[in-house]
Design a binder for this molecule. Structure first.
Ligand code: MTE
Ligand code: MO
Length: 219
């Protein structure tokens, strides 16, 4: 057997072995981050088995040029970098995402509290509503009170892994107890307002309340 044939043989063996390994129940590795399989005794849905849904497909946001704009009824509008967002204290929790189409999954979400994120901007007294704008042209809104009173977070990690591009990098709103269409991904702008707003799906008939278990459409 010459050198060339043994090299080929070696490759064949290695390929077979690695093929075997990838068939075992293996949690995906995301760079040097390892995906969590459970948190506080709760079993998490692996990212590879979570559904996702987006009107224009995956958006690829550059971490270095990214800015999160906080605008509208605030005394000090802000333009936060990715690192500034990560510098805030982080909160983790297990929350189910329920799409209105009937599928759901359970994940550990880690991010910054909405309330903490906008604190430095000083929200005006007359503000009632918050609009989230995304890089794909998507938008949705929430009552200011809902976001303030329920420890709602904007997540930059899912199952301990940096939010993948397909899942909304750099930020997805964890709008717990609301249908998936209230969970804005690829958030680029947060606008505080005092007027009624209807987002992408809400303006197409989906219920603006969007409470999980409640009606999908408005009467
Ligand atoms: N920017 C943006 N955010 C979005 C959407 C979208 O199309 N664009 N789809 C929404 C819908 S309908 C659902 S069910 C969830 C899915 O989130 P996931 O990809 O994390 O599962 O994202 C929501 N957020
Ligand atoms: Mo959805």
């Amino acid at each position: 057997m010459n050198l060339c044939t043994s090299a080929i043989m070696c490759l064949v063996v290695l390929t077979a072995v690695s093929g075997c390994l990838s068939n075992t129940e293996k949690i995906d590795d995301y760079g040097n981050e390892t995906e969590a399989t459970e948190y506080q005794g709760i079993r998490l849905t692996p990212i590879s088995r979570q559904r996702n849904n987006a009107i224009e497909g995956t958006q690829y946001i550059n971490k270095d040029t990214y800015r999160l704009h906080i605008a509208g009824l605030v005394k000090k509008p802000a333009n936060l970098t990715y690192d500034q967002i990560l510098a805030y204290p982080s909160t983790s929790k297990v929350v189910d995402l329920n799409c209105v189409e009937g599928w759901d999954f359970t994940a550990k979400w880690t991010g910054v509290l909405f309330r903490t994120l906008i604190n430095d901007s000083v929200v005006s007294e007359n503000a009632t509503e918050v609009i989230f704008y995304s890089a794909d042209g998507y938008s949705t809104s929430h009552d200011l009170d809902f976001l303030m009173d329920n420890d709602i977070i904007l997540a930059y990690k899912i199952n301990d892994v940096t939010l993948p591009h397909s899942r909304g990098f750099p930020l997805q709103l964890v709008a717990e107890d609301k249908y998936g269409y209230k969970w804005a991904k690829w958030i680029t702008r947060i606008e505080i307002t005092n007027t009624e707003y209807r987002g992408f799906w809400e303006s197409r008939g989906y219920n603006d309340r969007a409470d999980v278990g409640g009606p999908a459409f408005e009467r």
